[in-house]
Design a protein. Sequence first.
Length: 284
Amino acid sequence: MSTPDAAPAPAAPATAPAGPLVAVVTGASSGLGEAAARRLAREPGARIVLVARREERLSALAASLPVTTTWVAADLTDDDAPARVRDHVRAEHGLPTLLVNNAGAGFRARFGSETNGGWENVRRTMAINFDAVVRLTEALLPDLRAAAPSSIVNVSSTAARVSRPGTGAYSASKAALALWTDALRIEEAVHGVHVGNVLPGFVPTEGFPQTELVNSRLGKRLLGTPEGVAEAIVEAGLGRKPERYTPKVYGIAAALRYAAPALTRRVMGTDAAKAMTTKTVSDD
């Protein structure tokens, strides 16, 4: 079953979830969000709310899932987007039990670049990767508390722990998200809302094709899969795990940042590290 966003008027607060799992997944039109939606749809009694900008993609995905699925076509940086998502969930599904904050973007640029770097690049990256997540979480948090035990999963990145040339804005946004997640986990535990953090490494998707690594014999060994990230999201959300790296080997790279910071800085300044600054669709 699939229906679009059909609740233009503000919905009254719900009193209960319409099923054992009401999952809101952002960035659901492709890549990690689509994989997460497909994985969550395998859970018994699941109801899914897809959120992204491309309505035709959301409609097609909803029609392909074997569970009750609705969608909200929205740019999460718009002022009214959080309220639209909240009201849609209330009207169609009652209370949410899981929020997956996956939507994001990356714009590769060195800060001193006169064409696409500087503060403007930091601003637009933070607006999507951090501000939009905080605003949507704020809108849904009262309902998630009311539905407790419930969960929030924020999809950060291994780049939150280790940065590279040209990815400063992206790493800063994901580091902000990861550390905010850590604080929110402690704050919301008393309310029965678990907050998990998923930190993917290099994973080829439509938005992050990782072409440089896909075409490299050595680089291929570093790649994860959208399905692996989706499983990590389930572990962090339904399994209530605090943190998951995917592939798990990326946890070693993150640990080295703290265990051997001088070595990490030297490695990140090498030509090999520069080769790992892959282009994204947002760069085109």
